[in-house]
Design a protein around this ligand. Structure first.
Ligand code: PXG
Length: 292
């Protein structure tokens, strides 16, 4: 359990880490966050996570009261204070305390907090056998309303999709965009493999710019010599894919073997997926900002 929480420049106990009920992060979901992982004393792709955090903040006109360098130090400090070598870091910046009106001009100062804790790993069996997905009726937010590239505290869109999957006893949901193109899952990006080419939806479909997505595209191109395309596709392409997998900070690379009751290829995790899983895990051991 997390012992020390970073809260606005100080490391405090769990009991002391409290935020006002007037914080607009809570009242309106007005804020941004990051989910980051540390592997054996190294923080994976920290600068990419911080870049995304600051871009999300800028998109919602939220000025983070720390420089990126200060934020990087704060993340490392928090991991050290919790004596964690491997784990999960949740970095949150809220609009701060305001009044009972949504106008952010009444919020004087953002609240910044960082939680470092053990990561709840998915059962290893899922990586060997693969996941089953179901397409849900809830569409991914349209970029013209709330751009899914903003990693904001307002996750109701994804939570509704997760609820729908859960009602069907399915572990994860495929979300389409308003035009019916495949977008992403509730907390992971999606890829298909067809004729040895990797395809993932482009940003304009309405997806989060996943750091794991980016890492996997890099591994596929540079280490495996594969062609990777960012192209729109539909459920037809999902059902007829040779392989399918999801990417995300928590899940890393996880195979998908069944979608909407259709078996994908032979129903077993694909060869390229297995190689990517291995290469990804290798990379997490060899790069990252050192904590100790
Ligand atoms: N799409 C969405 C909607 C996400 O929320 C991803 C894709 C994958 O992005 P990364 O950068 O992680 O490869 C996410 C990531 C959590 C949690 O605790 C959520 C995410 C990541 C880590 C933890 O719910 N979402």
């Amino acid at each position: 359990m997390a012992k020390k929480i970073y809260l606005n420049g100080q490391l405090v106990s769990r009991e002391e880490a409290r935020i006002s009920v007037f914080d607009h992060g809570l009242l309106y979901g007005d804020g941004v966050f990051e989910g980051i992982r540390a592997y054996d004393g190294r923080v994976f792709r920290l600068s990419q996570h911080l870049d995304r955090l600051y871009e999300s903040a800028r998109a919602i006109a939220l000025k983070i009261p720390l420089t990126k360098e200060e934020m990087e130090k704060a993340v490392i400090e928090t991991l050290r204070a919790n004596e964690l070598k491997s784990g999960y870091v949740r970095l949150v910046v809220t609009r701060g305390e305001g009044d009972l009106g949504l106008d952010p001009r009444n919020c004087r100062e953002p609240n910044v907090f960082i939680i470092a804790d053990k990561i709840e790993l998915y059962p290893e069996e899922l990586y060997r056998k693969g996941l089953e997905l179901v397409t849900v009726a809830t569409k991914r937010n349209i970029p013209e309303a709330i751009d899914p590239r903003i990693k904001s505290l307002n996750y109701l869109n994804n939570i509704l999709a997760k609820i729908e999957a859960g009602l069907q006893n399915m572990p994860e949901a495929v979300m389409l965009n308003k035009d019916g193109y495949v977008a992403e899952c509730t907390g992971d990006n999606i890829f298909i493999v067809k004729d040895s080419v990797l395809v993932t939806p482009p940003f304009y479909v309405g997806v989060l710019a996943g750091i794991t997505r980016e890492t996997v595209m890099e591994i596929a191109r540079e280490k495996m010599g594969l062609v990777v395309k960012e192209e729109v596709f539909t459920r037809f392409h999902l059902y007829n894919a040779d392989e399918c997998f999801l990417t995300g900070t928590a899940a890393e690379v996880i195979p998908v073997v069944r979608i909407d009751g259709r078996q994908i290829a032979d129903g077993k995790p694909g060869k390229i997926t297995n190689q990517l899983m291995k290469q990804f895990r290798e990379l997490t051991k060899n790069e990252g900002v050192e904590v100790y």
